[in-house]
Design a protein around this ligand. Structure first.
Ligand code: ADP
Length: 482
């Protein structure tokens, strides 16, 4: 059942119940009061008859002229209950008196006795009272009135009340139906729009609403806000999917190239007659270099895939000075020239994952060494700024063209200078993923021909005791690693 029908039925039901209760109470009260007035009037009339011997007469016109007829019926009985006299308007009819009434009146138990009897002409209200002379009850006076007029009035009232209740309820139902429809119309529009948005997946659409900022206004605002969020999330997912597809395509391309080279080299080695031994040695060297590159590529791809799946760093306080010296030493094992200088008097403790941070430093140092001529300079230094600390790697190498600078952190991006080298284009992408996982920042400043500075910044470890920090600040001023 729809809310509209439910609301309409509820309101008309409440109205119908109220009207029924009101009608019943009104009907009962009117009936009671009118009967009470009739009883009082009869009692007064009986008293008047006894004291003044007067009847109230009603004058009616007959073809013979005007005739005065008593309004009430009057009858007297003796103490045994026998009728003694009757007013002429009674004709042959005798006003009844129950035995109980007779006994109560003759014994002096009651001063008046009311009874209602049914006759062919409708109900009759009979009031009986004792006739007392010289302190003795000598007989009974009975006065009666027809209740036909009262009954007719009550019947008419009852009909009006029933018709009024039914008509009011039906009217209320239709008016309620129209009003409920008008108030629920915006909700129908919201449902319709939401359905269309869902079917078309068009999250740029919004629900239009020009009414007041009531409950429905608030619902529309919330729904539109939710659509904005949904649109952003949907776009993000789409972008992520596009990036992932590109990544998979690039990865398979990068893996296919060394495999094709390997296959070509193996075919050369299988040739008959065999190649001279020096050529075979050169080919085998190529094969080994290519396999090394593939191993590196696969390892880097795995690191990136892990980072994409959501890396959970093992947080710990990491003292930067010793870590920097360690990374420099490791980097120089692979590329001894130019010599890296670990600079500065500062040290700091950051909150990070030691292994991830070492990996980032190795990537930055390896790049600096790769893109700097042997007579150039590479410096690494601990830096501290605004509640963060990190390491800056500065080189006087080839530098980076401003046009490609925004892309160097993209996956598989390699600058012109790198084409000849053994890079995979994944180093900086991995560094950025790892720094992001540690809630840090990586940035670069570079000038072509002059060199580049890569800086990694991480949150300072606040829980480190002060004396430990003071000690760490005393790390050697100029650490030159051979
Ligand atoms: P690659 O394996 O090619 O070094 P990276 O992701 O580490 O891949 O670097 C992306 C590109 O950024 C490099 O190809 C190079 O053009 C540029 N680049 C990175 N570091 C430096 C640097 N220290 N000096 C000059 N260019 C750099």
């Amino acid at each position: 059942m729809s809310i509209r029908l439910r609301l309409t039925l509820l309101y008309s039901g409440i109205l119908a119940c109220t009207l029924v209760v009101f009608s019943v109470v009104l009907y009962v009260l009117v009936g009671r009061f009118t009967l009470h007035w009739q009883e009082q009037a009869l009692a007064e009339e009986a008293a008047q008859i006894l004291t003044q011997g007067e009847f109230r007469l009603t004058v009616i016109r007959t073809p013979q002229g005007k005739v005065a007829i008593p309004q009430t019926f009057v009858q007297t009985r003796d103490l045994s209950g026998q009728v003694v006299s009757r007013s002429i308007n009674l004709g042959n009819y005798e006003l009844p008196l129950s035995d109980k009434g007779l006994a109560a009146l003759t014994s002096g138990e009651a001063n008046g006795w009311l009874e209602i009897v049914r006759t062919d002409n409708g109900r009759l209200l009979i009031y009986s009272r004792p006739v007392v002379a010289n302190g003795q009850t000598v007989g009974i006076l009975q006065v009666a009135r027809s209740l036909a007029d009262l009954d007719r009035t009550l019947t008419t009232l009852r009909q009006y009340l029933v018709v009024g209740t039914v008509v009011s309820t039906i009217t209320a139902f239709f008016v309620g139906w129209v009003l409920a429809g008008a108030s629920l119309r915006p909700i129908n529009r919201i449902t319709q729009t939401a359905r269309e948005i869902g079917q078309a997946r068009d999250f740029s659409r919004r629900v239009e609403y020009e009414g007041p900022n009531d409950e429905i206004g608030a619902l529309v605002t919330t729904l539109n806000e939710m659509l904005t969020e949904l649109q952003a999330a949907y776009q993000q997912v789409e972008q992520a999917l596009v990036a992932q597809r590109r990544f998979v395509a690039d990865a398979s391309h990068e893996l296919r190239t060394p495999l094709t080279t390997l296959r070509g080299n193996v075919e050369l080695l299988q040739r008959e007659p065999p190649l001279p031994p020096e050529e075979q040695r050169a080919i085998l060297q190529d094969v080994a270099a290519e396999i090394d590159r593939m191993i590196r590529l696969v390892r880097e791809l795995l690191t990136l895939a892990r980072a994409d799946a959501g890396l959970r760093p093992r947080w710990e306080p990491v003292q930067l000075g010793p870590l920097l010296e360690d990374a420099v030493r490791q980097a120089q094992l692979l590329r001894p020239r130019p010599v890296v200088r670990a600079m500065g008097t500062r040290d700091a403790v950051v909150r990070a994952d030691r292994d991830l941070l070492r990996q980032v430093l190795l990537i930055l140092l390896d790049n600096a060494l790769k893109y700097t001529p042997e007579d150039g300079t590479v410096e690494a230094q601990v830096v501290v700024e605004n509640g963060r600390a990190g390491i800056a790697v500065r080189d006087t190498g080839v530098g980076i063209d401003p046009a490609i600078l925004p892309h160097i952190f993209d996956r598989f991006f390699r600058g012109d200078a790198a084409r000849r080298g053994d890079g995979t284009g994944l180093g900086l992408a991995i560094a950025k993923s790892l720094v992001d996982a540690m809630r840090g920042e990586i940035r670069v400043v570079s000038k072509p021909g002059e060199g580049s500075t890569f800086t990694v910044l991480l949150p300072l470890e606040t829980s480190v005791p002060d004396d430990e920090r003071a000690e760490s600040r005393l790390v050697a001023a100029d650490r030159t690693v051979p």
